[in-house]
Design a protein around this ligand. Structure first.
Ligand code: F6P
Length: 353
């Protein structure tokens, strides 16, 4: 094998560039050329491939976003698009493709392998931490650090004015960022779609959190509620309904909301994201060169299981298995989701203290 391709696809995640750097450098050490496709599968189908040398990646490891660009490609979802991508890879003499991305991107990689016989290796990258078989995806740690620092700032101003804040964080189908973030910042409550509570119940529970927090016995200066984007009840509904409770029972208490949105996806990667991206990148290259394909490298420093790579903290899972586990993670049937929900429920009464 003399030439590999690499692309980043779907929502960008801090650490994607650190993974590209590791891939390019390890390939150079093994005498393998690397071509990077621009804008994910779109660029691949369009033949927009450029050589990447160690010199090209010297300064990218600390950058957020992705220097290759990213996209969500509709055309690649069709067999004609995938056939075109396979032709481009063959024409460029690429023997294996590294795909850095989330659920949709790795589904595309799996279909490309099965349908077109392309050799692929996936690297998990999604700030949402919504991928099966890996304890963390590239980007999650940085996103959580951003959430923590944003919540700390919001808490400063909330405390000054005796306010309750609902902070909405990304996570369309997975509430991990809200869950982990709320524990890290010591929030009073956490809302996530995995629990699927109706609006009435949410309002009743949060009203109680406000009453206890601002009530004379506890006398808090602020209440902080983290909400995952995927919770169906709109944030503005919660704000207006909680404000009505405050107006009636808690004089002087204001209820406000901040939606962090894409702020959480940008920024230079944290130490941990650089570390895992580098190690996943290196293990992905070694795995492809060793002849493995249609798999994803996963960050599993403690959990037994999976097939070994040269890095003891990185294991390989067949993409089909990983995608099935991702579905289970998102529909709530996975043991991982059940454990997350159980732990959040166990801490709900404690968080509000
Ligand atoms: O990267 C995943 C994610 O952050 C989701 O939480 C969010 O809903 C989505 O991306 C939004 O991405 P975009 O605005 O780029 O479509």
């Amino acid at each position: 094998m003399a030439r590999l391709g690499v692309l980043t696809s779907g929502g960008d995640a801090p650490g994607m560039n650190s993974a590209i750097r590791a891939i390019v450098k390890l390939c150079a050490a093994r005498g393998v050329e690397v071509l990077g496709a621009e804008q994910g599968y779109e660029g691949l189908m369009g033949g927009r491939l450029r050589p990447l040398s160690p010199r090209d990646v010297d300064t990218i490891g600390s950058l957020g976003g992705t220097v290759l660009g990213s996209a969500r490609s509709k055309e690649f979802m069709r067999p004609e698009g995938r056939a075109l991508a396979a032709t481009r890879l063959r024409d460029a003499g690429i023997d294996g493709l590294l795909v850095i991305g989330g659920n949709g991107s790795l589904t595309g990689a799996h279909v490309l392998a099965e349908e077109q016989g392309v050799r692929v290796m996936g690297l998990p990258a999604s700030i949402d931490n919504d991928l099966g078989c890996t304890s963390l995806a590239i980007g999650v740690d940085t996103a959580l650090n951003t959430i923590v620092s944003a919540c700390d700032r919001i808490s400063d101003t909330a405390r000054a004015h005796r306010r309750a804040f609902i902070v909405e964080v990304m996570g369309r189908r997975c509430g991990y960022l809200a869950m982990a973030g709320s524990v890290a910042v010591g929030a009073d409550a956490c809302l996530f779609r995995e629990r699927g509570k109706p609006e009435e119940q949410l309002v009743a529970e949060l009203s109680e959190v406000l009453r206890r927090g601002f009530g004379p016995e506890r006398g808090k200066q602020m209440v902080l509620i983290l909400k995952a984007e995927g919770v169906e009840v709109p944030t503005e509904n919660l704000v207006s309904r909680l404000q009505a409770v405050a107006d009636a029972e808690l004089p002087g208490v204001d209820v406000r909301a901040t939606v962090l949105g894409h702020l959480v996806r940008g920024g230079g990667p944290s130490y941990y994201d650089r570390l895992i991206a580098g190690r996943l990148g290196a293990a992905a290259v070694e795995s492809l060169l060793a002849g493995h394909s249609d798999e994803m490298v996963a960050w599993q420093p403690h959990t037994p299981g999976g097939l070994p790579t040269w890095d003891p903290a990185v294991v390989r899972f067949p993409l089909a298995q990983m995608l099935a586990e991702t579905d289970a993670l998102l529909d709530g049937s996975s043991a991982v989701t059940r454990r997350r929900v159980r732990m959040m429920e166990a801490t709900a009464g404690v968080m509000a203290l």
